[in-house]
Design a protein around this ligand. Structure first.
Ligand code: P6P
Length: 336
């Protein structure tokens, strides 16, 4: 009889506990609570067109961006779930200007801090395009038993203990790393479980997809313009011209390039001199996953994970994807 072998996320975490000989299951418990919130959000996202959850919440977030009701719902669900875990002493989310500290006794003793974009790509909600949740997890540097401190949230990305994203697309997937490779899980709504569907994801060293919002072309740095032209030139030996694919939802654009190979670019421009994407809860987590899958992530000159944050909502130019493509872009930027 054919054995029906499904590895659920919970089973996978238990199997991988051995990767953390000194951990007492705190990270596993934190991930468990995060995933419960992701499943709740999955249900709302999938029904967004049916219930009065679309449209503006009539508020704007710290970025001055109009908040969609689903944004606000997602933010609240994750905050509640992370406090319930008792493993997180505080968090930063895109939707809140200030650091959120959990001051109940259990959370004040929490070992971790969390940084997240609860619902990235929210401008796509109303047009039924894939959106995502992005998160990064660090050990706190402030003493346990007390409130989280600002310095807990200003660590270089290289100190992350885990990072991941949920992409709410044709299916809902969780992709995450704890520094031991990248694993992908697809939600089976019929059993309410994330099941291992993409073990040990490796990003192709080279790809033929480039992703950038070419509407800003005239404002791009010269090196980026040079790279775009390179992608568009005809050269059968290097499969050029490449394919341009841009969804306008970071998680969806990155996920496609992670599986197929390619490069995602969000440069700085003359008007947005530090780019648009946020270091803490968009670029760092995606960079950790990219590197763990054999890819690369840079701000054009420096490794993203080496950047020392000065503020929790700071932005950075962001280039990530197949290693050889990012390195070619960096050469063009340095030589421009
Ligand atoms: P633009 C979505 O708002 C987001 O933060 C990312 O998900 C996405 O990659 C980027 O902004 C798209 O920005 O300027 O191309 O619309």
């Amino acid at each position: 009889m054919k054995r029906y072998s499904i590895t659920t996320l919970n089973e996978f975490i238990i199997q991988r506990q051995a990767d953390f000989p000194y951990a007492k299951g705190e990270l596993s418990r934190l991930l468990y609570h995060f995933v419960v919130a992701a499943k709740i959000l999955h249900k709302k996202v999938n029904k967004a067109g049916l219930v009065d959850i679309l449209g503006s919440a009539g508020q704007t977030n710290v970025q001055g961006e109009e908040q969609k009701k689903l944004d606000v719902f997602a933010d609240e669900v994750f905050i509640s779930a992370l406090q319930a875990s008792g493993e997180v002493c505080g968090l930063v989310t895109e939707e809140n200007q200030e650091i959120i500290t959990f001051d109940d006794n259990l959370s004040r003793d929490g070992k971790y801090i969390f940084m997240m974009d609860p619902l990235d790509g929210s401008s796509n909600i109303d047009v039924n395009v894939s959106i995502g949740t992005i998160f990064s997890i660090f050990r706190r540097v402030s003493p346990r038993g007390h409130s989280a401190r600002p310095e807990d949230f200003l660590q270089e990305g290289s100190r992350m203990v885990a990072a991941g994203y949920v992409v709410y697309g044709s299916s809902t997937m969780l992709v995450y790393t704890t520094g031991h490779g990248v694993s992908g899980f697809t939600l089976d709504p019929s059993i309410g479980e994330f099941c291992l569907s993409h073990p040990d994801i490796k990003m192709p060293a080279y790809g033929t997809i480039y992703s950038i919002n070419e509407g800003h072309y005239i404002k791009f740095p010269d090196g980026v313009k040079k790279f775009i032209k390179y992608c568009q030139e005809n050269d059968p030996e290097t499969n050029r011209p490449y394919t341009s694919r841009y969804i306008g939802s970071l998680v969806a654009d990155f996920h496609r390039n992670l599986l197929k190979g390619g490069i995602f670019m969000y440069p700085q421009t003359a008007t947005a001199t530090t780019g648009k994407l946020r270091l803490a809860y968009e670029c760092n987590p995606i960079a950790f996953i990219a590197e763990q899958a054999g890819g690369k992530a840079s701000d054009g000159t420096q490794r993203i994970l080496d950047l020392k944050p000065e503020s929790v909502h700071q932005r950075t130019p962001f280039y990530t994807g197949s290693r050889a493509m990012v390195e070619l872009l960096e050469e063009m930027i340095s030589g421009a």
